[in-house]
Design a protein around this ligand. Structure first.
Ligand code: AMP
Length: 598
């Protein structure tokens, strides 16, 4: 069916009725950004008018933008923590939202070392579902025939906990995969996964990965796209194959499932899929036993048309590795979302990773933008609200910090993402994800900021005291050349008594102490083996002075020079690495349990 849609006409595609509806919705929303935003804010403010939070600002029933902007402050998670804590403790009064808080979504962003808790309400699932429902119609415009096969997606649920008041706290995707929206989704030939629900919903991530990979291998010829949410997840799956291929070949050859997979529902569903197939087992053995794993994805799944993984933001560091394993398959970054709110989608999903822009859907929440300028102080004070710009009024080329007001009761909440406007689709601005504010190091879901790194280094350097040694300078690097990636910390030490210098054992303990000090998401990723042991590289005395000389030779001002606390620029890495005198690794996993410490 042909539709009146700039999207489909742009690529000259004729589309199914279902897709046409989705594309029309995108067109409608993006053409009427401002009026949709006005309506969404009105809806949120009128339904939440009697919440304790909004009453505090005396809107007196007003639902218009001007009143809202003049009376309601821009806030951070820390500002809302008292309210969030009360909800977590069981206060069911309408504090932030008039609709009951159905659960907390645990963000990978942290506050005081713990995951942030984002309140959500039941109907938000519909909004998330709506955004998901737009992805394939857009993809179908660019990649025909996706109904002729399956998607091999590595999807996982994670540990969930309960707050003291009994509300569930779990990651947004765990919430979604466990919902009926996902579990009882109607059959859609464009969205058939190789992984049965039972394998995705298996709480043991190793058994889950094992079963999902096994299904992917068995159905290898049907696979048309391979993906995970983030690039790090897909690379973890490749590494899992590298470690376990002999066992997979054995299972496929004999038609029996590895006894280490003990989950009864996984065993049951796998018994219907797994049949002896010596030919396939021989093929897997041949491909995986080769030293060279270049193009392994296309060798094993030869019909793959694209990888479906987010490689924007912190995940861009994985592009070269993914290119290596996939022989340069396109990488589709389809959507931009968070625990607070799902934001939008990429209307040109087959573009190069460096060109990805997301279009925020104006019906997901009310969005405002704080002009971002690195040189100006960015801490907004409650007394003088910064002037925020509306979605419809943004300027191409400028950078902004994203602020959301959600149905679940976050009002003018700073998400912490910095976005640059790259253009418009109809009246809707499109955004390049630039970076997350204050994040220094990230390998997987972890986000470590400068003060967390500083604190970890202070805690670790206590161990050096008895050796009369101190850390004079440091910097860091997220090393993702190998899977899993790991944090590298460069230390320049001042050793007062060379005869009593800290030993390798002591410095390894420093690595461990740093890991113990890092936030809960880091520690969880370590325990889940998606981050490798932290490494300290001790560099020769004077190395950081050389670093400064180098920066100055490239135009940095002596007065303003600050040691970069994270480096990635190749010449700097080369300089640092050429001055390394010793390397030390964390000898053990840091402490992590699903329970919150507070
Ligand atoms: P979480 O709070 O754990 O759900 O993480 C949400 C954050 O992940 C967002 O605020 C972004 O910083 C990041 N993120 C989500 N989607 C993307 C994307 N498509 N590209 C880059 N970063 C993303």
């Amino acid at each position: 069916m042909a539709v009146d849609s700039t999207l489909s006409s742009a690529v000259g595609a004729s589309v199914s009725e279902k897709d046409a509806k989705a594309l029309q919705l995108i067109e409608e929303m993006t053409k009427n950004v401002d009026s949709v935003q006005e309506r969404i804010l009105g809806e949120i403010l009128s339904r939440n008018a009697d919440t304790e939070y909004l009453k505090r600002f005396q809107l007196n029933g007003a639902t218009d933008r001007d009143t809202f902007k003049s009376k309601v402050p821009v806030v951070t998670y820390e500002d809302l923590q008292p309210e969030i804590q009360r909800i977590a403790n069981g206060d069911k009064s309408p504090i932030l939202s008039s609709h009951p808080i159905s659960e907390f979504l645990t963000s990978s962003g942290t506050s005081a070392g713990e995951r942030k808790l984002m309140p959500t309400i039941h109907e938000e699932l519909n909004r998330r579902q709506l955004l998901y429902s737009l992805l394939m119609p857009v993809m179908n415009l660019y990649v025909p025939g996706l109904d002729k096969g399956k998607g091999l997606y590595f999807l996982f649920i994670k540990a969930e906990t309960k707050t003291p008041g009994g509300l569930l706290a779990r990651p947004v995707l765990t919430s979604y995969y466990k919902s009926d929206h996902f579990k009882s989704r109607p059959y859609d030939p464009f969205n058939v996964y190789t992984s049965p629900n039972e394998t995705i919903l298996c709480p043991d991530s190793i058994q889950s990965m094992y079963a999902q990979m096994l299904c992917g291998l068995i159905m290898r010829e049907e696979v048309l796209r391979v993906g995970a949410v983030f690039a790090s997840g897909l690379l973890k799956a490749i590494r899992f194959l590298q470690v376990n291929w002999k066992q997979f070949a054995h299972d496929i050859e004999t038609g029996t499932l590895n006894p280490k997979v003990t989950d009864p529902s996984v065993r049951e569903c796998m018994s219907k899929i797994l049949k002896p197939n010596p030919e396939l087992a021989a093929f897997i053995t041949k491909e995986c036993s080769e030293e060279n794993w270049e193009c392994i994805i296309t060798r094993i799944w030869p019909n793959t048309k694209y990888l479906d993984v987010i490689v924007t933001g912190a995940m861009a560091q994985y592009i070269p590795t993914l290119e290596y394993y996939s022989g340069g398959l396109p990488m589709a970054c389809t959507m931009y979302a968070s625990s607070e709110c799902y934001f939008g989608l990429n209307l040109k999903p087959m573009c190069k990773p460096s060109e990805v822009s997301y279009t925020i859907m104006p019906n997901m929440a009310y969005f405002e933008f704080l002009p971002h300028d690195d040189s100006s102080a960015q801490d907004s004070s409650r007394d003088s609200p910064p002037s925020l710009v509306d979605l419809a009024d943004l300027e191409v080329g400028k950078e902004y910090e994203l602020i959301v007001t959600t149905y679940a009761g976050l009002c003018r909440y700073r998400v912490g993402d910095i976005l640059r406007v790259t253009g418009f689709h109809n009246a809707a601005p499109q955004f390049r994800f630039i970076r997350r504010k204050n994040v220094l190091l990230s390998i997987d879901f972890d986000k470590t900021d400068e003060s967390e790194l500083q604190q970890a280094i202070e805690n670790a350097s206590v161990l050096l005291k008895e050796f009369n040694t101190s850390v004079v300078e440091y910097t860091s690097y997220a090393d993702t050349k190998q899977i899993p990636g790991h944090y590298v910390i460069y230390w320049e030490l001042f050793v007062k008594d060379a005869a009593n210098a800290p030993t390798d054992e002591v410095l390894s303990q420093c690595c461990f102490q740093m890991e113990e000090s890092l936030n809960v998401v880091y520690r969880q990723c370590r325990v889940a083996d998606s981050i490798g042991p932290l490494e300290i590289r001790v560099v020769k005395n004077g190395t950081f002075e050389e670093l400064m000389d180098y920066a100055i030779s490239r135009g940095a001002s002596i007065n303003q020079y600050k040691v970069p606390r994270c480096v990635s620029f190749t010449p700097i890495m080369e300089l640092l690495d050429s001055r390394v005198v010793s390397k030390h690794f964390s000898p053990a996993l840091p402490h992590w349990t699903p329970e919150r410490r507070r």
